[in-house]
Design a protein around this ligand. Structure first.
Ligand SMILES: Cc1ncc(COP(=O)(O)O)c(C=O)c1O
Length: 439
C-alpha cells in the first residue's frame, strides 16, 4: 500500500534504536484479538500484549463504543474543582479489586505518572504527620518504575538513570535473581527470602527517620522478569511496618490479571501501603494510570490541611478524564464477564508453565521462569558477553511471533485471552529460533 507520509525523520521514537529501525522498519497496521498485522501482510502472534497492557486482547469493540459514547456525552471537563459522575463511579468500581482497606484512588495517565504521584503522596503523608525528615526513597536493582525523574531515581536499570543526574536522595537494595539457587523455578523460587534483609541494613545505615518509602515491583518486569522468592515480599512488608516506612508495590504490569489475580498484592497476600497501576487498567487503549492507597494515608493528608484549602498540590489535566474512565469501566466489564482476572491461575496458566518449561531443552537456554501469564526464557550470552535475545526476538518476529528481548531473556506476557494452540505457537517459534541461533 502507498504510504501517505514522506519521511520517518520527524518521529523520534521512544526506547528505540531510531536509525536502525528506520533503515528496516516494522510497521503494524491493525490488530485483532491475539494478532497484529503488519504492512507486509504478515500476521504476528502478540506474545507481549502490546507492551504488557492489552490484557483483554486487541480490538475490543465494547471499549471503543464506550469511549465513543462518552465523547458524545461529555468529552472533557476540568478535574480541578469540577467533577463528573463517571469519575466517581470508576474510582468506586476500581476499589472492588484492590486489597481491603485500599479504597482511595488518585488518577494519572501512565505508569510513570502513577509512580511520581505515589512518591509525592508518601512525602505528603509523612509531612502531614509531622515527620518531614522522612524524605529518602529506597528502590531495588533492576527495578523499572517508568522514566520520569522520580521513577528513574528509584529505578535500578543503569542506562535509564545514567546521564540524567543528579537525582533525588535514594538507595537501592539488591535484586532477587539467583540463577545458581533457583534456575528453572516454576512460580515463586524457593530460595532467597533473606535477600529482603538487605533492606534492613540500608534502613539502619540511613536511619529510619530519613526513609519515606520503599518501592518494588512484586514481580520485576522490564528488569528481566524476576519472581520474588517465597516469603520475600512479606519480609519487606514486616521491615517497612517496623520502621514506619511506606511500602509501594509498582503493579503497572502485575495488576489486572497478569498473575491470575487482580493484583499481585492479593495473589501473594501481602498488602502494601500504596499500589501504582496503569496499562491493563484500560486494556492499554487510553493513557490511564492510578494510585491506590490505604484509606488512612489519603485521610491523613486531607485532614492535615486547613479547611477549604487544597490538600495535595498535585494533579494532571487528564486525571480521571471522562474518556479514560469510560475506557476503564468498559475494560473492567470485559474482565468480569470473561473471568480474565483469574484466568492465568487456571488451566491456561498451568499449560503456559508446562509449555514454557519444555524450552529448558532448547539450545542455549540457561533458565526458564514463570508466574501466571508472565514468563522468561534466559539464554547464554555471546562469547563477548553481549546478549543473544535481540537476535532471537528478531527471528521470532520474522516467523510470526512478537516476543520481547530483555537483556539475556525473551519475555512473555501474552493477552490473557490466549488459547493453548497459541501458547504452542509461541513456544515452538522460540525453540526453532534457538535451534537456528545456537546450531
Ligand atoms: C513496573 C512499571 N512501572 C512503571 C512503568 C511505566 O509505565 P508507562 O510507560 O506507562 O509510563 C512501567 C512500564 O512498563 C512498568 O513496567
Amino acid at each position: 500500500m502507498e504510504k501517505s507520509y514522506k519521511s520517518m525523520d520527524h518521529f523520534w521514537m521512544p526506547f528505540t534504536a531510531n536509525r536502525a529501525f528506520k533503515a528496516s522498519p516494522r510497521i503494524i497496521e491493525r490488530a485483532e484479538g491475539m494478532w497484529l498485522y503488519n504492512d507486509q501482510g504478515q500476521q504476528i502472534l502478540d506474545g507481549i500484549a502490546g507492551l504488557w497492557c492489552v490484557n483483554a486482547g486487541h480490538g475490543r469493540r465494547s471499549i471503543a463504543d464506550a469511549i465513543s459514547a462518552q465523547i458524545q456525552k461529555l468529552d472533557y471537563s476540568s478535574p480541578f474543582n469540577m467533577g463528573h459522575d463517571i469519575g466517581f463511579e470508576f474510582a468506586e468500581r476500581l476499589t472492588r479489586y484492590t486489597p481491603e482497606g485500599m479504597d482511595r484512588v488518585f488518577f494519572a495517565n501512565s505508569g510513570s505518572e502513577s509512580v511520581e504521584t505515589a512518591l509525592k503522596i508518601a512525602l505528603a503523608y509523612h509531612r502531614a504527620r509531622g515527620k518531614s525528615g522522612k524524605i529518602r526513597f529506597i528502590g531495588r536493582e533492576k527495578g523499572y518504575h517508568g522514566v520520569n525523574f522520580g521513577g528513574i531515581t528509584v529505578g535500578g536499570i543503569t542506562p535509564n538513570r545514567s546521564g540524567f543526574g543528579p537525582l533525588m536522595p535514594v538507595d537501592h537494595f539488591g535484586h532477587t535473581h539467583d540463577l545458581a539457587a533457583n534456575a528453572f523455578s516454576r512460580g515463586l523460587p524457593e530460595h532467597g527470602a533473606d535477600k529482603a534483609d538487605e533492606l534492613q541494613r540500608l534502613i539502619d545505615f540511613h536511619g529510619a527517620d530519613t526513609v519515606a518509602a520503599v518501592i518494588v515491583e512484586p514481580v520485576s518486569g522490564a528488569g528481566g522478569v524476576l519472581m520474588p522468592p517465597i516469603g520475600y515480599l512479606q519480609r519487606l512488608r514486616d521491615i517497612c511496618s517496623r520502621h514506619d516506612i511506606l511500602l509501594i508495590f509498582d503493579e503497572v504490569i502485575t495488576g489486572w490479571g497478569r498473575l491470575g489475580a487482580p493484583f499481585a498484592a492479593r495473589k501473594f497476600e501481602v498488602t502494601p501501603d500504596l499500589i501504582t497501576s496503569a496499562k491493563g487498567i484500560s486494556n492499554g487503549l487510553v493513557p490511564l494510570g492510578a494510585v491506590f492507597m490505604r484509606n488512612e494515608i489519603c485521610d491523613t493528608v486531607q485532614a492535615a490541611a486547613p479547611d477549604g484549602s487544597v490538600e495535595f498540590f498535585h494533579g494532571y489535566t487528564y486525571s480521571g478524564s471522562p474518556i479514560g474512565c469510560a475506557a476503564g469501566l468498559a475494560t473492567l466489564n470485559i474482565y468480569d464477564q470473561e473471568g480474565l482476572l483469574t484466568r492465568a491461575s487456571g488451566e491456561i496458566g498451568a499449560y503456559f508453565e508446562e509449555s514454557l518449561h519444555s524450552l529448558a531443552n532448547a539450545p542455549g537456554v540457561v533458565d526458564v521462569r514463570n508466574c501466571g501469564l508472565i514468563g522468561a526464557v534466559q539464554f547464554a550470552p555471546n562469547a563477548d558477553g553481549s546478549p543473544r535475545a535481540p537476535e532471537l526476538s528478531n527471528s521470532c518476529y520474522a516467523k510470526g511471533a512478537a516476543i520481547r528481548p530483555i537483556g539475556d531473556n525473551l519475555a512473555f506476557s501474552p493477552p490473557l485471552i490466549i488459547e493453548k494452540a497459541q501458547v504452542d505457537q509461541l513456544v515452538e517459534t522460540v525453540f526453532d529460533a534457538a535451534k537456528a541461533a545456537y546450531a
